[in-house]
Design a protein around this ligand. Structure first.
Ligand code: HEM
Length: 152
């Protein structure tokens, strides 16, 4: 009796090893949202980033950007961009703003202005000490919107 129990346990062990049980024990990979530290650090980066865009001379030289910037409250823009980044990085937020094509359609944004925006984004990421790997993932997400935003 004891012998057959031992054999049964050994067989069970073999089956479990080869099954998904072993994988089920592995922790799920952490979302970019979690690795960034959640909503507060994301909001802090977005706050700094939007502030620097508002002051940027190259961007303000574009009359369409300047007019929109003057008309749209910065706090609302920061809210929308924060929830968008939160959602895009796997966080629990729901972005409720307009799509990127519609919201930037009349801004006449050029390649040069896009590069200026990216440089400001990187400065904010560096300032808040976002690690290189997470920076790359964030820039990739932002670059995914370029085709809808750059129109000239
Ligand atoms: C050179 C690049 C960019 C410039 C100059 C720019 C500028 C602006 C301006 C002026 C507005 C307000 C438009 C309006 O309400 O009439 C706006 C809206 C917005 N932008 Fe950008 N943007 C740029 C890139 C981006 C990128 C890369 C993202 C996110 C990945 C983004 C996310 C948003 C969001 C979420 C809104 C609000 C949409 C809404 O009102 O429903 N923008 N942007």
């Amino acid at each position: 009796m004891k012998k057959s129990l031992t054999l049964a346990s050994a067989m069970l062990l073999l089956v479990l090893r080869g099954s998904n049980f072993a994988h089920a024990a592995e922790p799920a990979p952490r979302s970019l949202y979690d690795r960034l530290g959640g909503a507060y650090p994301i909001a802090a980066v977005v706050d700094d980033f939007i502030e620097s865009l508002q002051l940027n001379e190259t961007l303000n030289a574009n009359p369409a950007i300047k007019a929109a910037r003057t008309r749209v409250p910065a706090a609302g823009l920061k809210f929308h961009v924060t929830t968008l980044v939160c959602q895009a990085t796997g966080g629990p937020c729901k972005y409720v703003g307009r799509d990127m094509k519609t919201s930037h359609a009349r801004l006449n944004i050029s390649e040069k202005e896009w590069q200026v925006m990216l440089a400001e984004f990187r400065k904010s990421l560096d300032k808040f000490k976002v690690p290189a790997a997470e920076q790359r993932e964030l820039v990739e997400i932002v670059n995914g919107t370029k085709k809808d935003i750059v129109t000239r």
